[in-house]
Write a protein that binds this ligand. Structure first.
Ligand code: PDD
Length: 284
């Protein structure tokens, strides 16, 4: 049985317990990170921890565990669960307190849970065949830069996409794509530029997004960080999404219209390969 971490203990998943008064449960007052594991090692761990600190800071949530402690817990779980490839999920909430919209006056101990998911991520059918996406209104709250656990709208969006026979939804705000339901969105223009939305409160600053921009720059691809429209996607030669769980994942149609040749593009494939190679080389 899977071993999980909860507030200092490693336990079989069926024995882990969290209070019904946990503010994560009652108010979605919590933040999370999902870190990729390749060859039993963590990819971009320090970037994930930096983003965690930023999310905590934006919510003024005290948290005493240090990155070294968190690294140790991640590694312990990878080892105990024999994860060679997959993900580690980390969630920190403000802890348990009698239900009140106001944050507790005296800080409560955080609830910290971690668990692993074994998964074949590099070899994925979506990477071979490409994703079909549909666009939906971005009805999320206005602080999408904070990685909170309130994921109901992304979940609804994904369900709506599935019900339309698609793999995922790309979200649209004021006529421009913000991001995917759980990934950042990219296109490759006809003149070979890689375009993704610039950082703001409208999107999550994806760790994979950052790495891919860096690697793309290293191989002299031209980059543009700016909002883009659905029409630009229809006229793009390629499109892809990035996330810890999907890596660099081709998108082959939008709202039923093929993008470029309607199959995964070569720039996307190259970026995926570079991303996997560099991630394997730098994982800790
Ligand atoms: N989601 N945008 C959103 C809204 C996300 O939820 C995610 C990640 C990303 C990509 O971020 P990163 O490259 O750091 O994984 C962008 C994770 C994987 C999840 O919720 O499972």
């Amino acid at each position: 049985m899977r071993q999980v971490y909860v507030n200092g203990d490693y336990l079989p998943e069926t024995e882990a317990r969290v209070s019904i008064f946990d503010r994560g449960f009652l108010f979605a007052d919590g933040v999370y990170e999902v870190t990729l594991v390749l060859d039993g090692r963590l990819v971009d761990f320090s970037s994930h921890m930096a983003r965690l600190r930023r999310s905590l800071g934006e919510l003024e949530m005290p948290f005493s565990l240090r990155d070294e402690n968190l690294l140790e817990i991640h590694r312990e779980l990878i080892e105990r669960n024999e994860v060679s490839e997959g993900l580690v999920y980390l969630q920190v909430t403000r802890g348990a307190a009698d239900r009140d919209f106001i944050y507790p006056k005296e800080p409560t101990p955080n609830t910290v849970v971690l668990f692993t998911q074994k998964k074949s991520i590099v070899d994925s059918p979506l990477a071979v065949h490409g994703q079909h996406v549909v666009t939906l209104d971005d009805l999320r709250w206005r602080r999408c830069d904070i990685k909170t656990v309130q994921l109901l709208y992304p979940s609804m969006a994904k369900m709506q996409a599935k019900s339309q026979g698609a793999d995922d939804a790309w979200l649209v705000k004021d006529g421009f794509i913000t991001e995917g339901s759980s990934s950042n969105a990219f296109i490759v223009t006809i003149d070979g530029k890689i375009v993704t939305r610039d950082l703001s409160v409208d999107i999550l600053q994806g760790i994979t997004r950052e790495a891919v921009l860096l690697y793309a720059g290293n191989v002299q691809l031209r980059l543009e960080e700016r909002p883009f429209t659905v029409e630009e996607i229809e006229n793009a030669t390629e499109a892809f999404s990035t996330s810890a769980s999907g890596l660099v994942n081709p998108v082959v149609s939008i709202n039923g219209k093929p993008i470029g040749a309607g199959k995964p593009g070569s720039i996307t494939a190259d970026l995926r390969q570079i991303y996997v190679e560099r991630s394997r080389a730098s994982a800790i």
